[in-house]
Structure formats: structure tokens, C-alpha cells
Design a protein around this ligand. Structure first.
Ligand code: NAD
Ligand code: ZN
Length: 253
């Protein structure tokens, strides 16, 4: 099937129309059209800045200071980003009652910003738009942290317990959030259509959900610019842009 052609969108629309319970699985690719670079494409975030492993983050205040330095750079993209056509199309499917959940590897909060109720978004890698205390769980907004950091590189600590405050994302080497994983598993099992959008499907355990859905009888759709390892098991593969393909299929501009 040709990239982004209307025949791809028509095939997708037909699958959507036939389904009772759709689940979306989104990766960094759904947010590139919002100006947030993805992970692995040339010029992607991590070709410029390696992520800091959780153990390194915990090991010293110097590493935490370096993590906050990188966060300050990445945040410039995040703060300017608004939901794009792909996000809007998913929000429409949720509001029509066709989509039960959006499982996301993203940390940018753009699904919620597009109007999807927070309880319909399952965040596997956390959320980078706020911070939490690793000891007591207290939530901290980013703006005051970043103001203090940019003033004199103050590394945030918890006011309540003195614990280490970290962006609410799941770092490499950090445990996956159990409740989110359990919900993602249940949704993957219960759906009849599972749509992967903009994930290279190489980061496990998250990348195991499409195969789980397929095993439990769902149709599997993969929309991605380039091939993924799981294309062979999909019922429909679209190598094209997410916004145009999904927007056309759902009838959202
Ligand atoms: P990835 O970067 O590994 O893969 C993204 C895929 O999307 C690529 O295969 C790319 O070809 C494709 N793509 C990019 N733009 C596209 C578009 N407009 N239309 C169609 N396809 C497009 O991303 P991943 O698999 O999600 O894994 C990266 C990890 O990095 C995630 O776990 C996530 O936590 C983190 N991350 C998040 C963000 C974010 O929150 N926006 C951004 C970068 C990285
Ligand atoms: Zn605390």
C-alpha cells in the first residue's frame, strides 16, 4: 500500500467501522508533527543527548544536576508543542465511544491536551510535564523547579520529606509503573482493534502489547513512516504520515 494514500485511510476507516472496542498504542512518532523530535530518527532527541540511567540519576547530585540540564533543553520543544491532527483524530474516536484507551510510550501529555480524559490515557513511561518525589510521591509542578534551576542550577528536593525529586518519567533502569502495565495488558486483551501509531516497537515490555492483542484475537494496524519488526503480523500496515492517514480515516481535520 502506498504511503499516506486515501486507499490506506479507507482500509483503516473500514476496520474502525467494524470494531467495537479500539485501543491505540502511540510512540514518539505521533508527536513529531507537533515539533517534538522522536527517539531514533536522525536528529532525534537522543542522537543529541543520551538519556541518564536511573541508577546514575540516584548515584550523585552531580548526575541529577546533569539530568535537569538536559531536561531544560528538551523542555523547549515540549513547551511549544500543541496536539496535531493525529492526536485530534484519536480524541474524536475516544469521544465517540469507539476507543476505550490510549496506551502511550510518550511523556509529553499531548493526548490529554487534545481533550482525551486523563483516565483514558495509559502512560507506560510516565509524564514529563511534572515532577514527583521518589520517596513520598508528592507532585511538583515544573515551572518553579525550572526557574530555580535556571537561576543557579538548584537541584530540587522534596519540601515534605527531603527526598529526591525527579521528572515523573520512567527512566531506563527504573521499574515500569505496575498499575499502568496491568491496565495496558487488560486493554490489549479486551480490544478488537489495536492501532500502533509512530512506535518503532523496539522498547520492551511496551512493545509486547501489539502481539498480545493479536494473540487475543484483535485486528492489528501499524502506522509508521518506516518498517517495524512487527509489520509481518499486522492486518494492515501503512508506511506514511500519521496525521494525514488517521485524520482522513476518522474524518478529522
Ligand atoms: P521511536 O523514536 O523509537 O520511534 C518512533 C517511530 O515513529 C519511528 O519508527 C519513526 O519512523 C516513526 N515516525 C516519526 N514521525 C512519524 C510520523 N509523523 N508519521 C509516522 N511515523 C512517524 O519512538 P518510541 O518507539 O515511542 O520509543 C521511544 C521512547 O522515547 C519512548 O519510550 C518514549 O518514552 C520516549 N520519547 C518520548 C517522546 C514524547 O513524549 N513525545 C519523544 C521522544 C522519545
Ligand atoms: Zn517527599
Amino acid at each position: 500500500m502506498k504511503p499516506g494514500t486515501s486507499s490506506a485511510s479507507a482500509a483503516l476507516a473500514a476496520l474502525i467501522a467494524r470494531s467495537q472496542r479500539i485501543v491505540a498504542f502511540t510512540g514518539a512518532g505521533i508527536s513529531t508533527e507537533s515539533g517534538i523530535p522522536d527517539f531514533r530518527s536522525p536528529g532525534g532527541i537522543w542522537s543529541r543527548m543520551q538519556p541518564i540511567d536511573f541508577r546514575d540519576f540516584m548515584s550523585s547530585i552531580e548526575m541529577r544536576r546533569e539530568a535537569w540540564r538536559r531536561k531544560a533543553v528538551i523542555d523547549q520543544d515540549f513547551q511549544q508543542a500543541a496536539p496535531n491532527r493525529g492526536h485530534r483524530a484519536l480524541a474524536a474516536l475516544v469521544s465517540r465511544g469507539a476507543m476505550s484507551a490510549i496506551i502511550t510510550q510518550n511523556i509529553d501529555g499531548l493526548h490529554q491536551a487534545s481533550g482525551v480524559p486523563a483516565d483514558k490515557v495509559i502512560e507506560l513511561h510516565g509524564n514529563g510535564t511534572y515532577a514527583t518525589c521518589l520517596d513520598c510521591g508528592q507532585r511538583y509542578e515544573l515551572a518553579p523547579i525550572m526557574v530555580a534551576f535556571e537561576r543557579d542550577e538548584t537541584v530540587p528536593e522534596c519540601d515534605a520529606c527531603g527526598g529526591i525529586v525527579k521528572s515523573a518519567t520512567v527512566s531506563f533502569g527504573q521499574a515500569m509503573p505496575q498499575a499502568a502495565m496491568a491496565r495496558a495488558q487488560a486493554e490489549s486483551t479486551a480490544c478488537d482493534l489495536f492501532i500502533v501509531l509512530g512506535s518503532s516497537l523496539v522498547v520492551y515490555p511496551a512493545a509486547g502489547f501489539p502481539a498480545l492483542a493479536k494473540r487475543r484475537g484483535a485486528k492489528l494496524v501499524i502506522i509508521n513512516r518506516e518498517e517495524t519488526d512487527q509489520d509481518g503480523s499486522a492486518d494492515l500496515v501503512v508506511h506514511g504520515e500519521i496525521g494525514a492517514t488517521l485524520g482522513e480515516a476518522v474524518g478529522v481535520a
